[in-house]
Write a protein of this length. Structure first.
Ligand code: OAD
Length: 236
């Protein structure tokens, strides 16, 4: 029987789809101050500014399409499940490019840009168009309680129980296009290593966590990921 595969993706997988990364020299956090935009405190102090930042990022998504790396991971999922293996794709990305490519066993640990959450009734709904401080929740109809359904610094990422359960029993772990600097995701490779998994890193560059990995594939995700998927399926 095929083993249990966990894939972690970060902003690098979507870079060639036209979405900026965070920590590269042209990344979002080089242009914007995350402390003023991506914390609960920033939202409490200046919600209109935070909404404007996420509205702009949501607008960028309109034209974004999956690249060959997203497509290859969706193919890998189908092929691996057909062999009887377990599969979980964990993304730190708030875009929907994995869904557009056809991935199904997918968790968005940092939330989703195209969703919003009501701080009053806790309902998560689709975010259509721009949000502002007067937008009403479609469920409870209260204005002023909606926030982007994304995880901010200082908040606990989503689906942690499911993710750790998968990591603790995985046989293969691959990290793609992530700098390995933001916890808890940066610690996933260690958990997988302790579980005895084979660790593969796919990235343009070395990362903080590179020394822990057994294999490295260096190159842009749109060519490196399809090549790795083909080789992985051929050997597995
Ligand atoms: P980063 O911006 O920290 O790292 C992007 C990684 O992708 C780097 O290691 C690059 O070398 C690599 N990279 C860039 N282009 C690539 C390409 N075409 N092919 C392959 N690799 C490429 O992004 P993340 O690691 O995803 O969280 O950042 C983690 C979290 O920090 C994000 O989810 C976000 C951010 O602050 C929150 O906002 C809570």
């Amino acid at each position: 029987m095929a083993g249990s595969l966990v894939i972690l993706t970060g902003a690098g997988i979507s870079a060639e789809s036209g979405l900026g990364t965070f920590r590269d020299t042209d990344g979002l956090w080089a242009e914007f101050d995350w402390q003023e935009l991506a914390t609960p405190e920033a939202f409490a102090a200046r919600p209109a500014r935070v909404h404007a930042f996420y509205n702009a990022r949501r607008a960028n998504l309109t034209a974004a399409r999956p690249n060959a790396a997203h497509t290859a991971l969706a193919q890998l999922e189908r092929a691996w499940l057909a062999r009887g293996g377990d599969f979980l794709l964990v993304t730190q990305n708030v875009d929907d490019l994995h869904e557009q490519a056809g991935s199904e066993r997918l968790v968005h640990m940092h939330g989703e840009l195209k969703k919003m959450r009501c701080l009053g009734c806790h309902t998560v709904t689709d975010a259509v168009g721009e949000l502002d401080t007067g937008t009403c929740c479609p469920r409870c109809q209260q204005p002023g309680f909606l926030r982007p359904h994304v995880v901010w610094f200082g908040e606990i990422p989503l689906e942690m129980d499911l993710i750790f359960q998968a990591l603790e029993t995985c046989t293969h772990f691959a990290a793609i296009g992530t700098s390995g600097t933001v916890y808890p995701a940066a610690g996933f490779s260690e958990v997988a290593k302790r579980a005895g998994a084979h660790l593969t890193e796919i990235n343009l560059a070395q990362t903080e966590t590179s020394p822990l990995f057994d294999s490295h594939v260096s190159g842009p995700a749109s060519t490196a990921v399809p090549a790795w998927v083909e080789a992985f399926l051929a050997q597995g």
